[in-house]
Design a protein around this ligand. Structure first.
Ligand SMILES: Cc1cc2nc3c(=O)[nH]c(=O)nc-3n(C[C@H](O)[C@H](O)[C@H](O)COP(=O)(O)O)c2cc1C
Length: 190
């Protein structure tokens, strides 16, 4: 197969981008920001990172409290998710966009209408170009009762949104094979 060599920039990041909403408090009010720069840095104990442009309003709260929430949107949360990602808290008050609750950390607003919430405590901040990358320990995960299957999260009921380089949000799509299973079909070439 012939390959085309492209510039290494975000427009060529042809892989799924998560789309999550980060919550924090600035001036005693909750505020929110949509980020696709999000991922798991360690599965056990669970740690995540978010990376946000240093000038973003949300960063003020994360820097101050050393806490934030990660809220995972489902398709019915798409309008609010996009809204808090297209306008800054420097321009508008986003405190009323979501109803929230707080957990043990008190300074991480957890969005009630989103199925999944992570309550996060920052352990390290890394300077990455124009972004700040906050690495955090997840101190609690919250899941809507109706998305639970016994004591397991039913991910198909959560149906988290992702965003792609064509700037469209998409949902989970169809399963193609089970991890650690489908690879058993591999036949060595020799
Ligand atoms: C789907 C989507 C993904 C985004 N991902 C990021 C990201 O990963 N990092 C970032 O700094 N900004 C990202 N943004 C842009 C910010 O959400 C946007 O600039 C927001 O207005 C910042 O809000 P704030 O200043 O209130 O914190 C994203 C926006 C959208 C809509």
């Amino acid at each position: 197969m012939k390959k085309v060599k492209l510039e290494p920039d975000y427009q060529h990041f042809a892989a799924p981008h998560p789309a999550i909403v980060v919550g924090t408090f600035v001036n005693e009010k909750p505020t929110y920001n949509t980020l696709s720069n999000f991922g798991m840095t360690c599965g056990y104990p669970l740690h995540v990172y978010v990376s946000s442009v240093k000038s973003h309003y949300t960063n003020i709260g994360i820097r101050k409290h050393k806490t934030f929430s990660v809220n995972v949107p489902s398709p019915d949360n798409i309008v609010e998710t996009d809204y808090v990602g297209r306008i800054s808290g420097h321009q508008v008050d986003k405190s009323e966009v979501f109803e929230y609750f707080t957990g043990d950390l008190k300074t991480a607003p957890l969005i009630k209408s989103f199925r999944i919430n992570f309550e996060c405590k920052v352990i390290q901040t890394i300077d990455v170009g124009r972004n700040e990358m906050f690495i955090a320990k997840v101190v609690a995960v919250y899941c809507d009762n109706e998305c639970m299957d016994g004591n397991r999260i039913d991910i198909e009921k959560v149906n988290p949104l992702s965003m792609y380089m064509d700037m469209y949000y998409r949902d989970m799509g169809k399963p193609y094979g089970k991890a650690y299973e489908v690879g058993k079909k591999y036949k060595p070439k020799l």
